[in-house]
Each structure stands twice: as C-alpha cells, then as structure tokens.
Design a protein around this ligand. Sequence first.
Ligand code: FAD
Length: 389
Amino acid sequence: MNSLLSRRALLARTGLGIAVLAAAPLRAAAGAQVVVIGGGIIGASIAYHLAMAGARVTVLEAEKPAAGATMNSFAWLNAGNKRPRPYHMLNLLGMMGWHRLQSELGATALPVQWGGCVDWASDEADARRAAASVLAQQGWGYPIRSIEADEVTRLLPGITPGPIAGATFSDAEGTVNPVIATQALLRAAAARGAKIEYPVKVTGFESGDGRVSRVLTDKGAIAADAVVIAGGMGCQPLAAMLGAKVPLESTPGILAHSVSRPIALGRLAYGPGANIKQTADGGFVTGENFGVSKAPPTREVGEALLAKAASYVPAIRGAKLDFVTLGHRVLPKDSFPIVGHLPGSANAYVAAMHSGMTMAPLIGQLAAIEVLGGPKADLLTTFRPERFA
Ligand SMILES: Cc1cc2nc3c(=O)[nH]c(=O)nc-3n(C[C@H](O)[C@H](O)[C@H](O)COP(=O)(O)OP(=O)(O)OC[C@H]3O[C@@H](n4cnc5c(N)ncnc54)[C@H](O)[C@@H]3O)c2cc1C
C-alpha cells in the first residue's frame, strides 16, 4: 500500500492548511480496509477522517465508545502553557480543528462550549510566572492576555475569587462533553460506512514481511490493509505485540460532577486549587487543577472538590454531587504525543497522547493522511515513535 491516497491529498500539506481545510480533499484508494483499535476520542477522530476519505473503516473497541481516559476527561480545549512550540502548535491547531469539525458535523451534533478561560492566582510568585508565560504565549500568537481583578468578576459574574495577585484570560479556549463528541464522530464515521464494533478486544496481529495482514480479536480475525492503534493506555501492549516501544505512564485524575443547576458559569474558571466548568445541561465539573489525585474516588472526595469549587462559584453551593470519575491519563514517557507508523511495521500506525481532547481533530486529520499513504506531516516530525526505538 504505497499510496492509498489520491494526489488531491497533497493539497493538505502544511500546518495551518491542514487545520482549516475540510477533510474532503482526502480520497482513499477503493476498498482500502483500515482497522482502528480504540473507540476513544483519538480513535473516533481518526476513524471519522479515514471514513471521510473513503476508506473502509472498522473500529474495534474493547468496552464501549469513550470508555477509557476520554470519558473521565475535563476536556478543556487549550494550548496555553503547552511547550515547546511544536507541541503548542499541535494543541492550537487542535483547537481550531474543533471549529472545523463543528462546521462539518453541525453545532447541534457536535456542541462545543466556547467562551474562553479565566485563570487567576492568589499567590504573588504564581502570578509572576503566569504573567511571564502570557508574554511567551503572545509571542507565539496565542490569544491570551493579563487582566485586572475587576475584569475577572466581569467575565465571571457572581464569583467570589478571593485575593487576586494576577489573572489571565484566553478567549479562544473552550470545552466539550467528551462522550458526546466521541459518539458524534463515530456516528459521522458510521454514516460514511464505518463499522463500529464493541465489545471486541484485540488480542494480537498476524504479520509477515513487516506488514500486518490480520488483526486478531476475542471474536475472530479481521483482514487489514492498515491498522491504527489508538487504544489509549492499551497502545503500549498492542505496539509491543508488533515489537515496538510506545512507553506510557499514567497518572490518576479525579473529577466531581454535580447534578444540573441553572446556568451560572459562561466560561471556564481556573482558580487556585480548582478548575471548574458548567456543562450545557447545567452540571458543574471540577477537579484539582489537573494534579495527580492521590485519594480514592469516594463521594467524600467528590464532595470536598465541589465544596472547594463552591468557594469560588457560589452557585455551586447546595448543588448535590452526582458522581465522581477517576481517569487514567495516557501519558507518554516524555509527556509528548507518540504518533506515526511503528518502526518495523509498514502499515501499523500509533496515536497515543495526553491532551488528546484538544488535539483530536488535528491528529485525526493528519493520521488519516499518513495512514492512507499521503505526505508525512511536518507538524508530527518530533512526535514519532522512533524516538523510543
Ligand atoms: C482526569 C483527566 C483530565 C483530562 N483533562 C484533559 C483536558 O482538560 N484537556 C485535554 O485536552 N485532555 C485532557 N485529558 C486527556 C484526554 O482525555 C486524553 O488524552 C484522551 O481522552 C485520550 O483519548 P484516547 O482515545 O487516546 O484514549 P482512551 O480514551 O483511553 O481510548 C482508548 C480506547 O481503546 C480501547 N482499547 C484499549 N485496548 C484495546 C484493545 N486491546 N482492543 C480494543 N480496544 C482497546 C479502550 O477500551 C478505550 O476505550 C484528561 C484526561 C484525564 C484522565
């Protein structure tokens, strides 16, 4: 499979171009059968873009769509503090990609809550670090600015932020319901002929001459011209079956979800010790600033998280805890995405990363181009699996 992609895909070669072009320029060779392992946001986005290109796609998911890290994600779409620049760009273009996906799928099928994020610090040293970071981000063209304390309460009316040593506002950021987004992409892929199969666990591969020919599952084997491993934490053992290293670590993250309340928070709020959002259906979601959660995900822990959030957002007071989630971040060993063909396998491709909610639209688009034999994306050069070989 030298090129499963038509010449027209060559149009979609450079960074910004890839993010803003509709997926339509891609065209797979007739009958190309691609198996995508994993029905999280990354597998769903890759499957969608492959299906848009005309590939025959089968998604194999061990549990159910979004069952892994995706379901437990805070899903803040941002590129702010992400460094170095190539990583920042993947995230920024990922954010832009959500706009593209909304225009392709429709904002009703794929709701994204735009409105930006207000971030404030009570500690002088934290505020100085944030102000320096704002300057660096502005230098990369990121839409973020330092704001005064009165603007914090103007942007987040009714909040009680406590002492403010410094604050920032990034108006291009947003958030998405990770499960709804995953389902929307899989539905759109299915509408273009993709088969979404679950529960089906991939147990191995049949390969020869450096190519996978069949994917083995607990329900039987399936022939493949190309295989995409988008199994979250499952990427490591799956790649190992093909003799490749995809080293992942995981850290736990707990989020508390409240029952629905009248809408009070029009954008993301990131205060000391609490990141807070309110979903479109009114539920508040909060965690501890993306730290590593050491406690078990009990109701007591969830109630403490909600109480902390309520100290900033009085509308949360009295909102009952609905449920608590414990998610395991898909953390590549050096913290950066691992994306590309596996060393030693001409037709097996991997995509494993943290911040996958932000990057999913771009990763889906670039991966589809590369899986179908199109040009290698410059944007992914420093994120290849070869760095661990
Ligand atoms: C607490 C928390 C907060 C986060 N907050 C943010 C945030 O604010 N912004 C952001 O951008 N990102 C955030 N992330 C990260 C983001 O959620 C992940 O990067 C993203 O969800 C990863 O998606 P994925 O599809 O790669 O993996 P997953 O969602 O884990 O999906 C992988 C799927 O593969 C399936 N699978 C595995 N092995 C097999 C097999 N052998 N056969 C078949 N199927 C298999 C699994 O069942 C699973 O459904 C957060 C993550 C966590 C845990």
